[in-house]
Design a protein around this ligand. Structure first.
Ligand code: PLP
Length: 438
């Protein structure tokens, strides 16, 4: 009889007792190839340098409240992140996960406009079919209809424009580029509708993760978004909680798009699962407004800048950089994409195989020609998750890809240390799971 409050009351979970590279091992010795529960494990489950960094820091000082003191690992990690961060990002606000990072981003945007004397700026615009976290502010920004539904009466009013979702939403007679510009221009229309003087920020994932299944924007989309934000003085918040930290081939995902945000959120791969950590990075301009204004960000949690969490993360980011792992993610991502195409490229229920780096998605359909989704009553994603897990494969299937109800996809986000034989194992196990489910 367990007293843990689980995610699902009817699930009977195995107990994870050990990690070995890309594998999680349960109490009866069964090995599960971790190809992305939620895109956390980028270094695998037994990276000695991170384990030692955690042990070393706990032995020195585990906790010191940031209202009174800073710590060596927090300072070193902030320096390292800023050394590699795009644009004018200059300050790092450490938190304990992705939702805390996006919440902090929304609040910083608001406080920035108060500091510079534009208190009427209060609206956040985000995109449909996106996810920014589960706390109420983050959930309000997210456009995941299913996740929002039951909390809708409590959510903060934010508006949502179209995602950049080429496979399902680009008409055949429009070029990718034109499609991207058109959907980016929805931001301008929405700013004008709300009144430019009232809009404070636009928030988006550079590569949409759990909700759409690894969907990058088309060429030119984010450059147009950046232009529109600049024109109307709206802050650009990029949520790289899932796609950042090397997963899509760059330490910061937006480097691919050639733009930089005013605020950037990271988590997941930042701690690689060794510690719960997230971070919000902001530009010197935003930080300066607070420094020269009220002098403090009216926000905070007990565990911001936790010494053990930042020590683990420092070791993780050092590994990512020293071993050039974002480039490895690109290379192994190509291997994975080719293996997926070979196995599922002609599969009658696989409509699209997409993504960037080691962040891949397969969109499932009932009919490839018309791209019609599978009947939602089949519960396809849930069946695949169960069948894959029983084969010894952890992946992240989701339903509601198209509109929160229709559509299914499988998200794959294996550790960057994955090798060719493990990619073979992944494809074989996924193939069995797919056959069992559709
Ligand atoms: N933002 C994105 C893009 C995410 O994918 C997630 C989690 O999946 C979050 C925010 C929330 O992160 P967390 O679950 O660590 O709070």
């Amino acid at each position: 009889m367990s007293h843990v409050f689980p995610r699902h009351t009817k699930s009977n979970l195995p107990i994870a007792v050990a990690g070995d590279g890309c594998y999680v091992i349960d109490a009866v010795g069964k090995r599960y190839l971790d190809c992305g529960d939620a895109a956390v494990s980028c270094l695998g489950h037994s990276d000695q340098s991170v384990i030692e960094a955690v042990q070393d820091q706990v032995g020195k000082i585990a906790f010191a409240h940031t209202g009174f003191m800073t710590s060596e690992p927090a300072e070193a990690l902030a320096d390292l992140l800023i050394e590699h961060a795009p644009g004018n990002l200059d300050r790092v606000y450490f938190v304990s996960g992705g939702s805390e990072a996006t919440e902090a981003a929304i609040k910083l945007a608001r406080q920035y406009f108060l500091e510079i004397g534009q208190p009427e700026r209060r609206h956040v615009i985000a995109r449909r079919q996106s996810y920014h976290g589960n706390t109420l502010g983050a959930l309000s920004a997210g456009g995941n209809a299913w996740r929002r539904a039951q909390f809708a009466p409590m959510l903060i009013e934010m508006t949502h424009i179209a995602p950049c979702y080429e496979y399902a939403e680009k008409p055949d007679d429009e070029s990718s580029y034109d499609y991207g510009q058109r959907v980016a221009n929805e931001l301008e229309s929405e700013i004008l509708r709300l009144g430019p003087e009232t809009v404070m920020a636009f928030m988006a994932e550079p590569v949409v993760g759990a909700t759409l299944g690894a969907v990058p924007a088309v060429e030119g989309y984010f450059r147009r978004i950046r232009e529109i934000c600049d024109q109307y003085g709206v802050l650009l918040i990029l949520d790289e909680v899932m796609c950042g930290m090397g997963r899509t081939g760059h330490l910061f995902a937006c480097d691919h798009d050639g733009i930089s945000p005013d605020i950037l959120c990271i988590a997941k791969g930042l701690g690689a699962g060794y510690q719960p950590i997230g971070a919000m990075l902001c530009t010197s301009k935003l930080y300066g407004a607070i420094e020269e204004g009220s002098g403090f960000f009216q926000h905070g949690h007990t565990y911001v800048g936790h010494p053990v969490a930042t020590a683990a993360s420092l070791a993780v980011v050092q590994q990512l950089i020293q071993r050039n792992l974002p480039t490895r993610a690109t290379e192994m991502g190509d291997v994975l994409q080719n293996a997926l195409l070979e196995e599922f490229g002609q599969h009658p229920n696989v409509g699209d195989i997409r993504g960037r780096g080691l962040f891949r998605g397969l969109e499932l359909v009932g009919d490839r020609a018309t791209k019609t989704p599978i009947d939602p009553s089949n519960g396809t994603a849930a069946k695949i998750k169960k069948a894959a897990f029983s084969e010894g494969l952890i992946c992240y299937p989701m339903s509601g890809t198209r509109d929160g109800r229709h559509g299914d996809h499988i998200l794959l986000a294996p550790p960057f240390i994955i090798g060719n034989s493990e990619i073979g194992e992944l494809v074989t196990k996924l193939s069995k799971a797919l056959s069992a489910a559709v």
